[in-house]
Structures are given as C-alpha cells and as structure tokens.
Design a protein around this ligand. Sequence first.
Ligand SMILES: CC(C)(COP(=O)(O)OP(=O)(O)OC[C@H]1O[C@@H](n2cnc3c(N)ncnc32)[C@H](O)[C@@H]1OP(=O)(O)O)[C@@H](O)C(=O)NCCC(=O)NCCS
Length: 221
Amino acid sequence: MDRGLAELWTLSITEDAVTRASSLLDEAEQCRASRFLAEAPRAAFVATRGALRQLCATYLNADPKQLHFAVNEHGKPFLPGSGLEFNVSHSGKVAVLGFAWQQPIGVDVERTGRKGDIRRIASRFFHPGETAAIEAAADPVQAFYRCWTGKEAYVKAVGLGLSLGLDTFRVAVEGEACVTGDTSWSLYSWAPAAGYMATAAVHGPVAFFQRGDDIFTGSST
Ligand SMILES: CC(C)(COP(=O)(O)OP(=O)(O)OC[C@H]1O[C@@H](n2cnc3c(N)ncnc32)[C@H](O)[C@@H]1OP(=O)(O)O)[C@@H](O)C(=O)NCCC(=O)NCCS
C-alpha cells in the first residue's frame, strides 16, 4: 500500500471470524473481552481487534501477536513509530477497518435501520446547517447517515473523539463527501453491506480502495 492510498476493509462479525480472531489477541485484550456482559459487543470487539492485528501485521510484515498498540489520551489506538495509520468501527454484525501510510484516518459504520429518532439526533448533535440540509435532501434518511458517519469518521481521524464538539464543523450530506470549507480532508462514503452506511476520513489527498472480506485468509499487499 502506497502513501496517497487508503484501503478500506469490511469484516462480517461471524462465529468463524470470532474464533479466528480470538487466538490473535494479547492478554489485556482477552481480559477486556471477558469483561463484556453481552455476547454481541464481545464478539464485535474480538473479531474487529483480531482483524486489526491481522491486517496491521500484513502491512508491516510482522507477527500479529507481537504488535503492541498504544492509545492516545482520547482512546485512539496506534502503533508507535510504525507510520501505519488505521482506525476501526463496528455496528451490528459489520466492522470496517481503514489503513493509510502517515495520513491520519478515521472510519465509522452505522446500521441504517433507525427511523424514529433521526430528527432528534440531528437537532441534538449536528450543526444547524447540516440539520437543514438533511431536511431538504431528496433522501433524508440516507443524508442523515452520510452526515453521522462522516462526522464520526472525522472526529476519529483527528483522534479527539467526542471531545471535539460535533456541532463545531460541517460535512456534506449529499454529493461528494467532504468536510465543508476544509479541503485538507478527504472523505469517502460507501455501503459495506446491505443496511449499513460507512464513511472514511483521511487527512490529505488520497485515493480510496475498497478491499474484500478475506481478512483472515487473503493478503493485503
Ligand atoms: C469512541 C468514539 C471515538 C467512537 O465510538 P463508537 O462510535 O461507539 O464506536 P466505533 O465502533 O465507531 O469505534 C470504536 C473504535 O474506535 C477506536 N477508538 C476509540 N477511541 C477513539 C478515538 N478517540 N479516536 C479514534 N478512534 C477511537 C477503537 O479502536 C474502538 O474500537 P474498540 O472499542 O473495539 O477498541 C467516540 O466518537 C464515541 O463515543 N462516539 C459515540 C458518538 C455518538 O454518540 N454520536 C451521536 C450521534 S452523531
């Protein structure tokens, strides 16, 4: 993978993925997994973290079990000194994982089934300009999820999480994905599976490349 390219992977959170992933986790991750009270979030964490280890190891030509993740003060995992930038997101039975070289990246995936509370969420969390654009959009539900995943991807790329107020910046809700008024960010929205919407945000110019669902069996080079 070259600089100027961002690779986006989709993972189906299946029993098989959880089994393959769990053997790659370190002791702290196994411990974190055992603390989940419910099975679904535990499976999502285990499968996604294992997939993250597998893909980082492939990009870095390393052993997936020997990687030592650090986290920034807002909880964003990174691999110190590697130059590999990455981020993951999971929702329901789908995870997305994004990778780039030396260009900060954030990804977010959401299940698009939510109907009733779209307006409430938009008016509570989004910039007023985004709320108005969603109302006026040809497909307000689609526009809402483009906006939501775009905003989450951006705050995750920056690494600040929700300490960066979601109403302090705007993303496009229709047309080409972008951070409104800031061309230093590249955004890309896609449907990783039926009923899901995802967006990736990368700092700097980048071409986005969607990879498959062969994380534990294929090669990323
Ligand atoms: C933690 C946060 C960064 C993402 O949380 P989330 O949307 O619940 O979770 P996602 O599945 O998208 O991402 C989780 C992954 O992001 C990574 N992550 C954690 N903190 C992060 C940070 N500050 N920046 C970037 N990535 C981060 C981790 O790898 C984490 O995976 P793990 O929990 O399996 O280790 C934060 O933005 C948050 O709490 N979001 C909730 C937002 C919300 O309520 N929005 C309302 C409507 S817009």
